[in-house]
Design a protein around this ligand. Structure first.
Ligand code: EZ4
Ligand code: CO
Length: 403
């Protein structure tokens, strides 16, 4: 199984995606997701200019050796652009191996450890009535676990809160990023009352999640975790910008609210203290941004030693290819926790045809050989790249803040 060609396609059916197509001498096509929200073209160039030439003529079975070649062989290590590029190659090779074996990929990762993956959906509302409607709509779609994001009085436009004009998708199509305003004090005052109201409305059993999206200091995060304890969250996500892993010691010392971190991480080294000292409860990385199945499986194995579970990133900026990879991995690993799931826009389905399914609150990768995703090259041409960026966050006095 020799790699004959590899092509990078940037397409924008509903939003931008970067997809790697690796073709073998037998004509099999393996797919990898290299989408890095707002930095798509950097990964596409990294792949086209520096990675594709290394792949031609290689044995497609050599997954580990190819990973090490791209990681160690570049000399420069880690970083989201590099690791997304490596991930795309790694996933495409796993896809090829499983297609050649005639087996769904999860069978090569150890087989199914469960019948389906508990998924959580994203409810959001500017005020409580809108939020309650959104939670109910998600329950009607079958979700058995729900992330709750809410408007805060005094903040106009806020992460995770869709308005009738803007869908949830936080990347806006425009040549430059839009700016949002942020007020930590207003948020910390408002949020506990929202969770009290949601618990009162929906009862004690519904698993509820929340994403603080990197905006708090450790002492603020400690206070929020403590204030939310009566409402029994499934997790509090990204309470601090966690590149300072040691900061989580302070948060952990003050709260038993479970913590989830890692969607912006791209390496096991970003997790060493968090996992080794059991400072978090869930690993948030995606296959797409953490170096692929080969690398993420190692992170999850290390997490398992510390009873830490998976909670893989699954927003719409993970393509159906990246999502399929997450589902095969999640079905196979012992320490699966929960999977984030936001259905893609209808246009995305014109280009990507995934076999995975969502029913009764559970996701399943399906039984097609490989990843179970096909890519319509001609349809992709109809949706050219459009610049789109995540917002930039500023405080009231203009200071740039974490978004
Ligand atoms: O902001 O995927 O938990 N989910 C998230 C996402 C991220 C986007 C960034 O590209 O935090 O909504
Ligand atoms: Co998040």
């Amino acid at each position: 199984m020799i790699i004959r060609s590899a092509e990078v396609v940037v397409t924008s059916p509903g939003r931008n995606f970067v997809t790697l197509l690796v073709t073998t001498d037998e004509g099999l096509v393996g797919l990898g997701d290299a989408t890095l929200n707002g930095r798509e073209l950097a990964v596409a160039a990294y792949l086209r200019e520096h990675v594709v030439p290394l792949l031609i003529g290689r044995d497609a079975h050599a997954i580990e050796d190819t990973w090490q070649l791209l990681y160690r062989g570049a000399y420069w290590r880690r970083g989201p652009v590099t690791m997304s590029a490596i991930a795309a190659v790694d996933v495409a090779l796993w896809d090829l191996l499983a297609q050649r074996a005639g087996l769904p990929l999860y069978q090569l990762l150890g087989g199914a450890s469960r019948t389906g993956l508990l998924a959580y959906g994203h409810a959001g509302g500017r005020d409580l009535p809108e939020l309650f409607d959104s939670v109910r709509a998600h329950q009607d779609q079958g979700f058995r676990a729900i992330r709750v994001q809410t408007g805060v009085p005094g903040i106009d436009s806020l992460y995770g809160v869709a308005t009738p004009e803007t869908a949830y998708e936080p990347a806006r199509r425009s040549p430059l990023p839009v700016e949002e305003r942020w007020d930590t004090s207003a948020y910390l005052r408002h949020l506990p009352g929202v969770f009290e109201a949601v618990r009162h409305e929906f009862g004690p059993e519904l698993p509820l999640l929340h994403d603080a999206h990197h905006r708090l200091t450790p002492i603020q995060a400690a206070r929020l975790g403590r204030d939310l304890e009566p409402y029994d969250l499934f997790w509090l996500e990204d309470c601090t910008p966690a590149e300072n892993q040691e900061a989580l010691r302070l948060v952990r010392a003050h709260t038993v609210t479970p913590l989830a971190i890692g969607e912006v991480f791209n390496s096991v080294h970003d997790y060493r203290t968090l996992l080794g000292e059991q400072l978090i409860d869930f690993v948030r990385s995606s296959v797409t941004h953490a170096g692929g199945l080969t690398a993420l499986r190692r992170i999850l194995d290390l997490a398992a030693l510390h009873q830490i579970k998976s909670g893989l990133h699954g927003p719409t900026d993970i393509s159906p290819v990246g999502m399929a990879a997450a589902l095969h991995l999640g079905l196979a690993v012992h320490n699966f926790g929960i999977q984030e799931y936001m259905p893609h826009a209808p246009a995305t389905g014109e280009v990507f045809r995934p076999a995975f399914r969502f029913a009764d609150g559970l996701l399943h990768p399906g039984e097609e050989p490989g990843l179970g995703v096909t890519f319509d090259r001609a349809a992709a041409e109809r949706f050219p790249y459009q610049a789109a960026y995540l917002p930039v966050n500023r405080l009231g006095d203009g200071t740039v803040h974490d978004w």
